[in-house]
Design a protein around this ligand. Sequence first.
Ligand code: MLT
Length: 248
Amino acid sequence: MSTLLLIHAFPLHGGMWTPQRTALAGHADILTPDLPGFGTEPRLDGEEFSMELAARFIEEHLATRNIERCVIGGLSMGGYIAFQCWKLFPERIAGLILADTKASEDTAEAREGRYKAMEKIGAGQYDAYIDELMGKLLAESTRNERPDVEARVKSLIHESQQESLSPALLGMAGRPDSTPLLSTIDVPVALIFGEHDAITTTDEGHKMAEAIPNAELTIVKNAGHLSSMENPGEFNAAVIKLLERVGS
Ligand code: MLT
């Protein structure tokens, strides 16, 4: 059975992939590591969080388990890191899942937003920041009709380490433009986007579908930015399809 390694979004942790671990267990061996400073994983001493550092951490995670090649998937920040994985060790990657993410670097406005968020967190307004973020992470329909999903997202965020948020915001603000990589991706790719994603809109998915040679785009209904948690049924079906394409 092939291995599927899933990289979590900001500011959650590997526990966000529970619906995939449960439903996809018969299709792949699933790894859902916490990134350094998230969940229970300690921060790396003296190193600044960056997408490259996180990709190196993933490479090490695979190497210590003697996994030579696998499918790598990432949602949002996890996708930014998946691009770096492709850049740094493509030989280990049999397929890619890029969910609710984008290849481009931050605009000046997006960077400004991150610096403001860091100020807020630094000023002790962590709860206010998380409340604001919740409105962007989930579709309105999820918030209105699926209080269990919202509660789960909140608890995943609160389980992450508060002091890791600002370094990760800084790391995302400084991430490189991955657009030049798109045409070099020569393995099967699943692009999966929540139809109501307010952070990385479906336009990003369409753009990447045009630029990546072997990509299939799935728009997940009744879902926002956290499509894997908001509509795991449709998300998982797209993952299974990708695993079949990789295996054939
Ligand atoms: C995420 O979900 O990982 C973040 O929203 C990504 C971002 O802020 O760009």
